[in-house]
Design a protein around this ligand. Structure first.
Ligand code: HEM
Length: 143
């Protein structure tokens, strides 16, 4: 593989890792928000943290996907391969989870969200499973 390709892959891994920092931490803030239902300084502080993190996650997600697509469509790596199709399905689920976080943040900020802290603890496990699946598929290439 060319040096250029290896730089694209390196940047892909950097932005995937950074995006996942947000996917892991934002629902954690939601758990704390669900434990502080009443308006006040603590809830405002948590909402400010969540809004900043959510804004920061957009370019990270975008760049992780762009560099992945560049390897797949640009360099043709994984084209027609079962592992790539399965990985793309996992990526779509991760993107659905990502945008669900945005919708939940809006509902929490509006005070209209009714999910419990337990519900958010389970919700927070989705990216863990997604990371396992995506990394196993792309490194092991089982099919
Ligand atoms: C649209 C989204 C994505 C596309 C099109 C994509 C595509 C690719 C491609 C073609 C490779 C190179 C594979 C190789 O050189 O053998 C790759 C590497 C990698 N991808 Fe993605 N990817 C995407 C999203 C993700 C996500 C969400 C994760 C993590 C959860 C991820 C984790 C990785 C890792 C760890 C590697 C390096 C594998 C290695 O060095 O062997 N990718 N990706």
């Amino acid at each position: 593989m060319t040096t250029g390709y290896l730089w694209v892959k390196a940047l892909h891994i950097v932005f995937v890792t950074s995006w996942f920092a947000g996917l892991f931490y934002l629902p954690r803030i939601f758990v704390n928000l669900a434990l502080v239902p009443d308006p006040g300084p603590e809830r405002e502080r948590l909402l400010t943290m969540a809004r900043k993190l959510w804004r920061f996650m957009q370019p990270l997600m975008g760049l992780a996907v762009v560099f992945g697509l560049w390897m797949w469509l640009g360099y043709g790596v994984g084209r027609g391969a079962g592992w790539m199709h399965a990985k793309l399905a996992v990526v779509v689920l991760l993107l659905v989870h990502h945008f669900a976080c945005g919708r939940l943040l809006r509902a929490l900020a509006a005070g209209s969200d009714r999910h419990t802290h337990r519900w958010y603890r389970v919700f927070n496990e989705i990216p863990v499973l997604g990371l396992f699946a995506a990394v196993a598929l792309v490194v092991v290439k089982p099919f």
